[in-house]
Design a protein. Sequence first.
Length: 167
Amino acid sequence: MQRELLRHQHRRKVRKISLGVLALLLVILCILLFRAQRPLSRAKSQSIALAEKTAGIQRVDKFYTSELNRTYYTVQGTNNRNASLYVIISKDDGKTTVLKANQGIAQADAINRVKSAGNPKKILNAAPSLFNNQPVWIVSYLNQSDKLCYYTLNYSNGKVIQTITNV
């Protein structure tokens, strides 16, 4: 009888310790995830502040990142005249390029062009960016073999500038 009571107490202790260790691991995981997201969060807030200052963005709709030949952050939003804009910011030097959304093809059009030409399994991202100092849409996707691919399309007319397949 006393042995059973000791076993029961031992099992309770083991459960409590196990739950404590599990809770500690969960807290550590959350901290690591938060720290991993911090650089992107900082880049996003700095990009939004720069877009507000340089282009008069008053309402932010989306934030994009693109990394093909260089890293660019793009803020999509509207200004005080209710014009939809893309503000593309170079990570390297902070140089900004402002594009009017109505002067280029839409994101959905860029995606549809890639779907019809590349037969993607899954579209990962479609972001306005710069390529050789020209405004473009960079569309990344997985092909049918689950390989990473990129289409770079001219921002104004949607013509294919570059394709990278099976990365």
